[in-house]
Ligand binder design. Structure first.
Ligand code: 4NP
Length: 145
C-alpha cells in the first residue's frame, strides 16, 4: 500500500487489510513515495479512525518505497495517480509495472479514481478515506483470498 507520506492513507489501507487477512498469512506492508515522514508513526487522525473501527495501526512506522519492494510483493496498490506515476518510474521492466495498481480500481475498474489526500483537511476526510479503503480491501480479499 503506497501513498505520499505513509502516515495517513497507506497505513490505514495496510492496517485494514492486515486485520481482514489474519488467517490468510499474507504479507502486508506500506510505504510512501516520499521520505518526508520516515520513521514516524501514523497520523493521529488515522490512528483514531482505525481505532473507531477496531483496527490498531499504532505499531506502523513510515518508510519510503524501495525498488526492492517490486521483488518482495506481488501487488502494489497506489492511493492516487501521482503515487502511481512515481512508483512506475522506479519499475525496472514492463512485467514489474503490471504489479502496480490504483487501489480504487478494485471497486470501480478502469475509472482511475483516487483516494483523496486527507492530510490538510479535517477529520471527516479520514472517515471518507476509511470507507473507501474498507470497500477496496473487501474486494481485494474477495478476489485473492
Ligand atoms: P499520506 O498523506 O500521503 O496519505 O500519508 C500525506 C502526509 C504528509 C504529507 C502529504 C500527504 N506531507 O506533505 O507532509
Amino acid at each position: 500500500m503506497v501513498c505520499l507520506g505513509n502516515i495517513c492513507r497507506s497505513p490505514l489501507a495496510h492496517g485494514i487489510l492486515r486485520a481482514k487477512t489474519k488467517e490468510l498469512g499474507w504479507e502486508i506492508d506500506s510505504a510512501g513515495t516520499s521520505a518526508f515522514h520516515a520513521g514516524e508513526g501514523p497520523d493521529p487522525r488515522s490512528v483514531a479512525i482505525a481505532r473507531r473501527y477496531n483496527v490498531n495501526i499504532r505499531d506502523l512506522e513510515s518508510r519510503q518505497f524501495d525498488p526492492i519492494d517490486f521483488e518482495n510483493f506481488d501487488l502494489i496498490y497506489a492511493m492516487d495517480q501521482s503515487n502511481y506515476d512515481n512508483i512506475l518510474k522506479l519499475a525496472p521492466n514492463d512485467e514489474t509495472k503490471q504489479k502496480v495498481k490504483l487501489i480504487l480500481n478494485e471497486i470501480t475498474p478502469g475509472e482511475n479514481n483516487e483516494v483523496p489526500d486527507p492530510y490538510y483537511g479535517g477529520e471527516h476526510g479520514f472517515e471518507i478515506v476509511y470507507q473507501m479503503l474498507n470497500e477496496a480491501t473487501d474486494k481485494i480479499v474477495e478476489k485473492y483470498g
